[in-house]
Design a protein around this ligand. Structure first.
Ligand SMILES: [Zn+2]
Ligand SMILES: [Zn+2]
Length: 329
């Protein structure tokens, strides 16, 4: 099968003809219909996350169809021909204190799709059936793929923001353009922050219903109850903190961020807080995939053929994408 392979970090992906993977016990073989490109893929490829599997097929926002089961029991009520989504969380141990307390996103031994396991930048992939999300058969693969990480992590970040009414989103890419729709559906007001001069992203945010859009070093017209930082720039954290009301929270939604500069304690004082969001639980996925059609979330995508993965990654890196890039084998 065709696959785009990371052979060493810091290098472009290499198109390769590789053996189609065989599903092991409890796994399914999935024919990939679409795989969205996530900023985490850039962090993996650039070597910013430790110990990736190498060589590696990246990609963890996969929509496809089950073609075969591994040996043993057919798993989890899934069927041949069924459409499924495969997310970042690929496997957890089920035994550590995090798994046993409903926090499998923090599992000590977790495996991640497109990072410690091969992912979806390929014609086929295998996944543990217990971590696949069944999707409706008529779901359009390209539109659904970005929900599987941008949507899911965005949703987990939004939950962490509590019942904040005025919500700031720092970095208006794939995740933010989904979160704004959910937030508006919940009756919140959204303020969008982008790179200075990124008029296209600001216009995109206003079109989606942001009450205000501006540069990330600007003060919003009103103080916020919460801010979610999706952009991987640590300097945004103190800026976001200064835009908050007393008691407000800054949620860092990314897996990797440059260092956070120091700031005076008075910026944090009055019970402001900063937290991060790590990975996802299967429950997040079930909740969000149930909620998305009710909003209904409309995903803006730009599709690329699988072989153009490097170009899609480059566009994401330079911020020249509206919405989410999606690879189609
Ligand atoms: Zn565990
Ligand atoms: Zn992701």
């Amino acid at each position: 099968m065709k696959a785009l392979v990371l052979e060493s970090c810091g290098q472009p992906l290499v198109p390769r003809e590789v053996e189609r993977p065989a599903p092991g016990p409890g796994q399914v073989l999935v024919k990939v219909a679409a795989c969205a490109v996530c900023r985490t893929d850039l962090h993996v490829i650039d070597g910013e996350l430790p110990h990736p599997k190498l060589p590696l097929i990246p990609g963890h926002e996969i929509v496809g169809t089950i073609e075969a089961f591994g040996p043993g029991e057919a798993a989890c009520g899934l069927q041949i021909g069924q459409r499924v989504g495969i997310p970042w969380l690929g496997w957890t141990c089920g035994a550590c204190e995090y798994c046993r307390s409903g926090r499998e996103n923090l599992c000590d031994a977790a495996e991640f799709t497109g990072y410690t396991r091969d992912g979806g930048y390929a014609e086929y992939t295998v996944a543990d059936a217990r971590y696949c999300f069944p999707l409706p058969g008529d779901a359009e693969a390209v539109s659904v793929a970005p929900l599987l990480c941008a949507g899911l992590i965005g949703y987990r970040s939004l939950v962490k923001a509590g019942n904040a009414h005025r919500l700031g989103l720092y970095g208006f890419g794939a995740a933010a353009h989904i979160v704004i729709q959910v937030a508006l559906h919940q009756g919140r007001e959204v303020f969008a922050f982008t790179r200075r001069g990124d008029n296209a992203a600001q216009a995109f945010a206003r079109r989606l219903g942001a009450v205000w859009a501006g540069a990330s070093d600007e003060k919003p017209p009103e103080l916020l109850d919460a801010a979610i930082v999706f952009a991987p720039s640590g300097e945004l954290v103190p800026l976001a903190l200064r835009s908050l009301h007393k008691g407000g929270i800054v949620v860092c939604g990314g897996i990797h961020m440059s260092d956070i500069p120091s700031f005076p304690y008075s910026d944090l004082w009055q019970e402001r807080s900063i937290c991060s969001v790590a990975n996802l639980t299967r429950r997040d996925g079930e909740e969000f995939l149930r909620l998305a059609p009710q909003v209904p979330v409309q995903v803006t995508t730009e599709r690329f053929p699988l072989v153009a993965a490097n170009e899609a990654l480059q566009r994401l890196r330079s911020g020249r994408l509206n919405g989410a890039a999606v690879l189609v084998p």
